[in-house]
Design a protein around this ligand. Structure first.
Ligand code: ACM
Ligand code: ZN
Length: 760
């Protein structure tokens, strides 16, 4: 019996081990970022219980401990230390000739040697070694599998010394534990800077001993729907814990304290430091704010210097980020103190810069002197710090595109490229707005991030080295949970890692996607969420047909396989593969997902496939006029719309007569537009609208009480040629921190024969 049990255990161990090694995503070599030199030989080095760790010079204890812990954690084997190299050992060696963050790995059938000149280099050698093992090395629980390292020789160092990720912890806050999780993923990817956007109009998220009012007043916000958010902020202990954890992962945490704009959260407790004097309350909407620090008031500099002193003590990073972006200078123009300062400084408008831009430059240069002379750090700022002249030692973060960065590099300033125009703003959607969670607007595909080239073409050879790296930024207006944060971060941060580490000639988009499957398996094992391209192509919530059958053609941004069901059940990895053209004969609920290499599925897309008869047209003529009814109050959903008591009733010629400019989200209300419109042919029409409700020919085609952006809702109906009634319901209010009146109020349609969108 005992023998039988042992046999069974052995059998399940061996079969599990085989399954792991044979998994498609574990086949071949899959290191991300792609190393500088990689030579693959024949055979393997097998780590087992008698493998020993040998430290040359006895200086690599921490790094060896890291590897030992990792191997023990997955239950593979307990390694012991030995004094001298022998067969079956892992050697840690010093090689002063290697680059600062560089390393060398030589694996033959008898031993593995890891060499580096610095701790960071050895840390990266270990990260690479772990990636030479099956993805299951990342398992949080013991799993049985053999540890075979392929015979390789790798020589590696990064292309750029700055490889960063920015997370906005103001608009939505993320806890120390949630950030630590991201830090450990960053380490795996050899990213080495985490930039935290700690203060903004919507929140002050770091405790400052000298000014406890900052978190007392500004770490808690009343949100757009009247609920309280927070208090959320980091204590000094939190920051110490985070910085220490990051440092063990060879990651510097850079704090950003916004100045002089994006500073409402500082002005709430200190309204006297603004030009207009307050009182202020926390911002419920996202976007740029007009109240900023009054740079004509010297107390502003005293406050900032005291804050920065405490911040600098907490963060050992060589960088301190001062913000400097999107400062609205409207009140500086009329503020007596700001204008008196401009006069004292003798500022005059030049062809290039206004007086107020020069005031900003004065303020930034003054902060830069404090940051470098008193705090001994390098000041980082967004590209607007170029306005009116750049402080000598400042490093510029080029965020709108790469132009400002190239200009600063040509002037001899260090530059970090964080270009929104090139996809490095990870708050942009990773696919069509119709199928992705609400996002910043515009798209940033994985391939955009992968193909981004930080060194601008026009830069001369002598200035290229001023581009010190690249950073992806995650502004968190749209990311209210860590799950969504990770969905937006990954896998684009994985692409950024290769963009910032590997030489362009070593990059290969097709091969990257193969290696990504293995990296995604690692993310799965760590419980990290990531984006799998959604089925697109068909973008309407329903698909209408009038003939005997209908053809649906889905695509996705990475041409991955898709699976589907038509029986109402959710698809799984074994559901039928979606053909290029799916032909359906009857009405059904179609559910479709994209399938990643590991078998993991994207969220389900649900499309109501409906066989319809075209709705008959109305008899009589079409006035073309629109009847508009207005009610005041807050209308959140269909129950509220039904209760509206309309106060105003008017007739307008078109939607443009009474559109978004007529509404102010601070005085909410409901507008109901009704009328008729004429369609030129019989067939299936596609409609889109930002409205809360769109009714066509008596059917409610759109009901969208939660968000209204970028025509994200599209729908179909079959209509006969002629006149049809419509009703559009628009609720003027804040939806998830965005005003519904920031977007056009209308509906648009596509004719059955196609062509451009027709505006009603
Ligand atoms: C920024 O996006 N305002 C840096
Ligand atoms: Zn002022």
């Amino acid at each position: 019996m005992k023998k039988y049990v042992i046999y069974c255990l052995l059998f399940s161990f061996v079969s599990c081990q085989m399954q792991i090694e044979e998994k498609e995503y574990n086949r071949g070599i899959h290191i991300i970022p792609q190393p500088l030199q990689l030579e693959v030989g024949v055979g393997t080095f097998d780590i087992n219980a008698s493998t020993t760790i040998v430290l040359e010079d006895n200086i690599w204890e921490d790094e060896a401990g890291w590897l030992k812990d990792k191997l023990e954690c997955v239950g593979c084997c307990k390694l012991s230390f030995a004094d001298r190299p022998a067969e079956n050992s892992i050697l840690f060696k010093t090689n002063e000739n290697l680059e600062k963050e560089g390393y060398e790995i030589v694996v033959d059938e008898k031993r593995v040697s890891l060499s580096a000149a610095t701790e960071a280099g050895m840390f990266y050698a270990i990260q690479t070694l772990l990636q030479l093992l099956p993805a299951e090395i990342e398992s949080p629980v013991p799993v049985p599998f053999g540890l075979s390292v392929p015979v390789v020789r790798i020589v590696d160092h990064p292309r750029f010394r700055y490889r960063g990720l920015m997370i906005d912890v103001c608009r939505h806050f993320f806890s120390v534990e949630e950030l630590k999780k991201q830090i450990s993923v960053m380490a795996m990817l050899k990213l080495n800077y985490l930039h935290l956007h700690l203060t903004d109009n919507q929140g002050w998220r770091i405790a400052i001993d000298k000014y406890p009012q900052l978190v007392e007043c500004s770490a808690i916000q009343e949100t757009y729907n009247g609920e309280m958010y927070g208090p959320y902020y980091y204590t000094k202990e939190d920051i110490k814990e985070l910085v220490e954890y990051a440092s063990r992962h060879h990651i510097e945490v850079i704090p950003e304290i916004e100045f002089p704009g994006h500073s409402l959260s500082a002005l709430i407790p200190f309204p006297e430091l603004s030009c207009m004097g307050g009182p202020f309350k926390s911002e419920q909407v996202f976007g740029v704010e007009e109240n900023v620090f009054c740079v004509g008031n010297d107390s502003v500099f005293v406050l900032m210097e005291n804050i920065l002193k405490e911040v600098a003590e907490l963060f050992p990073s060589r960088y301190l980020h001062i913000g400097g972006d999107e400062c609205v200078k409207r009140y500086w123009k009329t503020c007596p103190r700001c204008q008196a300062l401009a006069k004292r400084l003798g500022l005059k408008p030049t062809g290039e810069h206004s007086v107020e831009e020069q005031l900003q430059s004065y303020a930034i240069k003054r902060m830069e002197r404090f940051v470098s002379d008193t705090l001994g750090k390098r000041m980082l700022g967004w590209e607007e710090i170029l306005e009116g002249g750049l402080p000598e030692d400042a490093t510029v973060m080029s965020w709108k595109g790469t132009e400002s960065g190239a200009k600063a590099a040509a002037m001899g300033h260090d530059v970090i490229m964080a270009s929104m125009a090139d996809g490095l703003y990870l708050c942009a959607a990773q696919g069509a707005d119709e199928v992705e969670p609400a996002a910043m607007g515009g798209q940033s595909y994985l391939k955009d991030v992968y193909e981004f080239e930080p060194v601008s073409e026009g830069l001369s050879d002598e200035h290229k080295h001023y581009v010190v790296g690249a950073q992806a930024c995650l502004w968190s207006e749209w990311t209210s949970s860590v799950d969504l944060l990770e969905y937006m971060l990954y896998p684009r941060a994985v692409a950024l890692a290769e963009t910032a580490w590997s030489l362009p000639e070593n990059k290969d988009w097709v091969d990257f996607q193969r290696r990504l499957e293995n990296m995604q398996a690692r993310l799965d094992l760590r419980g990290v969420n990531y984006h799998i391209p959604m089925p697109e192509g068909e973008l309407t919530t329903n698909k209408v047909f009038t003939a005997d059958s209908v053809v649906l053609e889905f695509t996705n941004s990475r041409s991955l396989p898709m699976v589907y069901t038509v029986d109402g059940t959710d698809p799984d990895a074994d559901s039928p593969c979606l053909p290029e053209r799916l032909v359906l004969q009857s009405s059904c609920v179609l559910k479709v997902c994209t399938k990643a290499g590991s078998g993991k599925l994207s969220p389900v897309r649900l499309v109501n496939v409906e066989k319809q008869t075209a709705v008959p047209a109305l008899q009589g003529g079409c006035s073309g006029q629109i009847h508009l009814k207005l009610a005041s109050g807050l209308f959140k959903n269909e129950e509220d719309y039904a209760k509206a008591r309309f106060e105003k009733d008017t007739v307008i010629r078109s939607f443009s007569c009474y559109n978004r400019d007529k509404f102010d989200f601070k005085t909410p209300g409901l507008a109901v537009y009704t009328g008729e419109f004429q369609v030129p042919e019989t067939g299936v029409y596609t409609f889109r609208s930002n409205a809360d409700e769109l009714w066509i020919a008596g059917s409610r085609l759109i009901y969208n009480p939660t968000s209204s952006r970028f025509y994200e809702k599209k729908t179909q109906i079959a209509l006969e040629k002629g006149i049809h009634p419509f009703k559009l319901v628009f609720s003027n209010r804040l939806k998830e921190g965005f005003a519904s009146c920031w977007y056009p109020i209308d509906f648009q349609y596509l004719l059955p024969s196609g062509g451009e969108w027709v505006k009603k």
